[in-house]
Design a binder for this molecule. Structure first.
Ligand code: MOS
Length: 707
């Protein structure tokens, strides 16, 4: 049976489109109250007075919490990946949009009306919100990844170079904006808490809430049945999740908080803007002699988030001299966070525009320049790649796009009145591997159940996990059901870093293989047919047979760090620009990717096209603009924030360079959730240059930059 590698439609498609899938906001419990936040209108300073008289007098209001009456909590220690600052613990204001009161009421309408009646007096301080005004205050911080790397000597490499390119590159602040807003429902029974939560990591929330409340983790259960997207903004624990738990304990009733879109802007993180510098040195024949890549991003006052813009640069091109560096500037803003294709997503825009500039400088085809610098081993760590089919990606992508017909000169392609441009870029995304466990069970009727705590963020987990189990057991995938999104189930990692197929997929495979072996053992004879599974159980008097499986990346001693692991891609884009009103529009994209074994080509294609659309937004539309005086986003809605709609999205062609990565996971797969969002931004920017002859080193590329 070959179920792995065959396209299959979403197993959860029907329940989602018919409204039967239960999201956090849909959960109703007896006696629940609704919460609404009052948020700060200043970016820094103190809360002098909160007048709740009018709010509390409203019929249906249950309680109003401020920093004066909310219990003090234990400190939170997320580490480098989340916000530890807890609001409503003191009079301190650290960013606009910070919760300064929480109203609980019998209905959502009453809660919001009462919140609007709360009067807050502030003592404002002097706010710094624009990190670009304070680049001289950029500092290095400790992080999970190195903020400085160096191989060789870039100064020497630049001295040897015959051609040098250097430039400043910028990406904009962006927000995740999943369809489902932040939502949580906290319910206590005695000293046990159940949190229904829109989260990408049920165990992360459990740990954080246990920490601030000072209770054991086994008194908390976190559930997340379905997610309406997350893209990273639901990856760590944010204040509303913690405050719902505290408030519910205080009033002795379940508390539900579903945030309005306007508050989602500051209730969780955003992708911080970047200010990047890239310096490239090369010989006349196009061999890189030096690469330097520096990236600075804003972070919040108390917590660190580093956008590792040079993450891809460390591993992508062969060069003896590479230096990278990341720093942050503290500003009076809400805390930034991971967003789909963090690090490489913004970083590769800079590197790949610079590579395009170098190609023009050398008079070399952009694909040829990249081939001449193709890395056979990781240029920074020196390690071999676990598997890499990037050469094949360039070849297949270029062929599909028709790249060979591209005239080199800018402004040389036209379609009627429109200028047409063709650009390309490489893509690279680090492979994150997180250990996971899973249980696979068989019942007498021949049905199979997969249990794993992992969340379904919308990527197709409920579709591909059955394929993995079905393949191992030799049963049709329709017979396999899935239970997930619950800390009561076998533990997995969070839904981030494109890691679910690798970790959870491999754990499910392990459990299913063990189950099949056990069945063969119970049958007592070799050659057991899958249709006989039920009989074996009946014969042994068993209603159900379960096996636990697990997978973890090998430890260092076992050679776990022996390989450099990345997803790769080659992305080609066509844009059209009306020279009279130069609004760039994408008219065609082709991406070819090297991601290891593809479990389900259909859901994989959806992942990649979703990523490409993410990149079209990055290149041409999305920007969370700030009022630099007030520290407030200029608009807190989806009318002001431009994101791609159907009319912005042309035909997207997705190809995979087939391979089996024997080192990344038991399934031969690497991650696919984020690589689609890498490279596309640079490819579009390069296509805009090819169309117009104007080099823009900033995204999103607006009409004003091309006039
Ligand atoms: Mo993703 S940005 O790793 O949730």
């Amino acid at each position: 049976m070959t179920v792995i590698g065959t396209p299959r439609s979403r197993a959860d498609g029907a329940v989602k489109v018919t409204g039967r899938a239960r999201y956090t906001g849909d959960v109703r419990l007896e006696g629940l109250v609704h919460g609404a936040f009052v948020t700060s209108s200043i970016a820094t300073g103190r809360v002098r007075r909160v007048d709740v008289t009018s709010a509390a007098a409203l019929a249906g209001v249950v309680r109003v919490f401020t920093h004066e009456n909310l219990p003090r909590l234990q400190p939170l220690t997320h580490g480098a990946a989340g916000q530890d600052f807890l609001p409503l613990q003191s009079d301190q204001v650290r960013h606009e949009g910070q919760p300064v009161a929480l109203v609980l009421a019998e209905s959502l309408e009453t809660a919001r009306e009462a919140a609007a009646r709360v009067r807050v007096e502030y003592q404002p301080g002097e706010a710094l919100v624009d990190f670009r005004q304070a680049l001289d205050r950029a500092i290095e911080v400790e992080d999970w990844a190195p903020c400085e790397t160096r191989v060789g000597d870039v100064a020497r490499g630049l001295a040897e170079a015959e051609v040098t390119i250097q430039g400043a590159y910028r990406t904009a602040d962006r927000h995740h904006h999943p369809m489902e807003p932040p939502a949580v429902l906290a319910s206590w029974v005695d000293d046990h808490l159940t949190l229904y939560d829109a989260t990408q990591w049920v165990w992360g929330v459990r740990g954080a809430v246990a920490e601030v409340l000072g209770i054991p983790v086994d008194q908390i259960r976190v559930r997340s049945d379905y997610l309406g997207g997350g893209f990273g903004c639901k990856g760590s624990t944010w204040p509303h999740e913690i405050l719902a738990a505290v408030a519910a304990r205080e009033v002795g009733r379940p508390v539900k908080i579903v945030l309005p879109r306007s508050q989602a802007w500051t209730a969780h993180g955003y992708q911080p803007a970047t200010e990047q510098r890239v310096v490239l040195g090369a010989t006349r024949d196009g061999r890189l002699t030096a690469v330097r890549h520096e990236c600075v991003n804003p972070t919040s006052l108390a917590d660190d988030y580093v956008e590792h813009g040079s993450a891809g640069t460390r591993s992508l091109y062969a060069c003896p001299n590479i230096e990278t560096r990341e720093r942050v500037v503290r500003v009076h803003r809400n805390h930034p966070t991971f967003m789909r294709a963090p690090h490489e997503g913004p970083g590769m825009v800079a590197l790949e525009i610079a590579m395009d500039e170098l190609a023009y400088e050398l008079g070399l085809d952009p694909v040829e320049l990249r081939l001449r610098n193709h890395a056979e081993a990781d240029p920074t760590s020196g390690k071999p790649f676990s598997s890499k089919a990037l050469r094949e990606c360039y070849r297949l992508g270029a062929e599909c796009f028709g790249w060979a017909r591209r005239p080199a000169a800018p402004r040389s392609l036209r379609d009627g009145h429109d200028l047409v441009g063709w650009g390309m870029a490489s893509a690279i995304m680090q492979t994150f591997r997180i250990g996971a466990s899973a249980r696979v069970s068989l019942t007498r009727d021949g049905m199979v159940l997969i249990e794993a705590g992992t969340q379904e963020i919308g990527t197709g987990v409920r579709t591909i996990l059955p394929q993995v189990a079905a393949e191992a057991l030799g049963v049709p995938p329709e017979r396999v059901h899935v239970a997930l999104g619950d800390t009561a189930l076998p533990e997995t990692g969070g839904t981030f870093g494109s890691s679910t197929t690798i970790g959870v997929g491999s754990a499910v495979q392990d459990a299913a293989v063990k189950l099949r072996r056990k069945l063969e053992q119970l049958a007592g004879e070799p050659g057991l047919e899958p249709r006989e599974y039920g009989e074996v159980l009946a014969l042994r008097g068993l209603e159900r047979l379960s096996m636990d499986g697990a997978w973890a990346p090998p430890r260092k001693a076992e050679g776990g760090q022996a390989y450099s692991m990345h997803a790769f891609g080659a992305v080609f884009a066509e844009v059209r620009v009306d020279p009279d009103l130069p609004i760039p529009r994408v008219s065609r994209c082709v991406g070819c990717y090297s991601v290891g074994q593809v479990i389900n080509p259909k859901t994989a294609r959806s992942q990649i096209t979703g990523g490409m659309i993410w990149g079209i937004g990055q290149a041409l539309l999305e920007r969370s603009a700030l009022d630099h005086r007030l520290g407030r986003y200029l608009w807190k809605n989806l009318a002001g924030y431009r994101m791609p709609v159907n009319a912005d999205i042309p035909d997207l062609e997705v190809l995979f360079a087939e391979e089996f990565d024997p080192h990344a996971s038991a399934l031969g797969a690497r991650g696919i959730g984020e690589i689609g969002a890498v490279g596309i931004g640079g490819a579009i920017a390069n296509a805009v240059f090819h169309a117009t002859g104007t080099r823009v080193r900033e995204v999103p590329i607006g009409v004003e930059m091309l006039l």
